[in-house]
Design a protein around this ligand. Sequence first.
Ligand code: B12
Length: 383
Amino acid sequence: MVQLHGTSHADLPEMPASLEKADRCADLPHRPRVLLGKMGLDGHDRGVKLIARAMRDSGIHVIYSGLWQTPRSLAISARDEDVDCIAASMMSNSHLVLVPRLMEECRAVGRPDMIVNIGGIIPQADVQIMIETGVCEVHHTGTSMADIVESVRRAARPRSGPECYEHPTASLARALSLAHEGRWKPEAAAQRRPGRVIGITGSPGAGKSTLVASLAGEFVRRGLGRLAVVAFDPQSPITHGALLGDRLRVDFNTLDEKIFYRSLAITGEDYATLPLIVGLIGAAGFDTLFIETVGAGQNDVAIRQYVDRTAVVLVPGMGDSIQMDKAGLLEIGDLFVCNKADFPGEANLVRDLLDVAQGRPIFETIATRGKGAPELLEGLLKD
Ligand code: B12
């Protein structure tokens, strides 16, 4: 059962009852982006993951920011990701406190217009209070996945241009959306390349996101300037949906607004919009940009032409030394990272890398513990 408030279905086509993988968003003004968030001390992540998959398989771009978010970190994520709506799943009986704060934070970070929909365990008596707080829709336990998808479709209203936001970061976030979708091309004068553009690549599961999160934390601790991160994730060639989950590795409760982080979906290795993205981020005053690739595997090499320096991240136990000699990823590295250096096989990997690196630096890291991040950051930023 779903309770709807203040929205109209009138212009939208009917949703089919079943939810097999299909692009259900091709008819919308743009591909919907939704931030799935869990605030407070709520560990019920199973439901939210199911919802994320259903959305992705319906052609939606889903940003999952992980558990234990504060209202502020959720608002910052929603603004920087330029989502059409926040879908907050509330299970810990804290909605009466946290939801009003979320609404306040959306205003404070420059997105007073953000659509907020909530679901989970919301007693009937609290529904009206949530609506009066500014929540758009309240969903009960038992809402069908089709209704959840429809809720996101309703939020995907036509977008206005970057100039509609006074807050510079909200404006940048909108500019990136339009540029990435090919709907807008800023003039060359409105673009500037950041001083340092660094690519972080490597196969899926190598721990790139955790490593980037660790590097970002170190960068901020040292006060090295303004840092932006762009993280690419794969977009389904069938549904055009995507699950953009890299953000959940970054502790925005601590970093707050000290970095700008944006997730983008692409099919294959199509980085065609990247020069525009880089130019817009530089023009917004960021001196350093980390770009995390989609991590397609041995052939994920296209990033090289867009960045000044490329780090290739590998993990122990990936394959034998013959893999190292194959053309591709290892050729493009300006430096190498053996991440998960506490895993068995670390010595073999480093030995094999020494053979192929030919003098290019090799760093060992345990990104989950921040180990090796200071040294790697120095290696990446070295002139
Ligand atoms: C599974 C479960 C657990 C699992 C969680 C596993 C996991 N990793 O997620 C375990 C056993 C670990 C657990 C623990 C606890 N649980 Co529990 N748990 C449940 C249970 C049975 C199902 C939740 C679930 O996953 N449902 C399946 C998903 C798909 O459904 P859903 O999340 O409700 O989402 C649906 C809709 O609500 C809606 N929806 C949800 N969010 C959103 C958001 C948007 C935007 C939209 C559009 C729709 C939408 O769409 C979904 C599909 O229909 C519920 C009871 C229940 N029947 O709801 C209790 C329940 C949520 N748990 C509860 C409690 C109290 C706890 C504990 C505190 C128990 C304890 N004393 O230790 C702990 C807390 C854990 C923690 N760290 O937070 C209470 C919460 C009470 C409240 N808020 O008033 C409940 C309601 C049980 C009860 N009746 O008392 N729990």
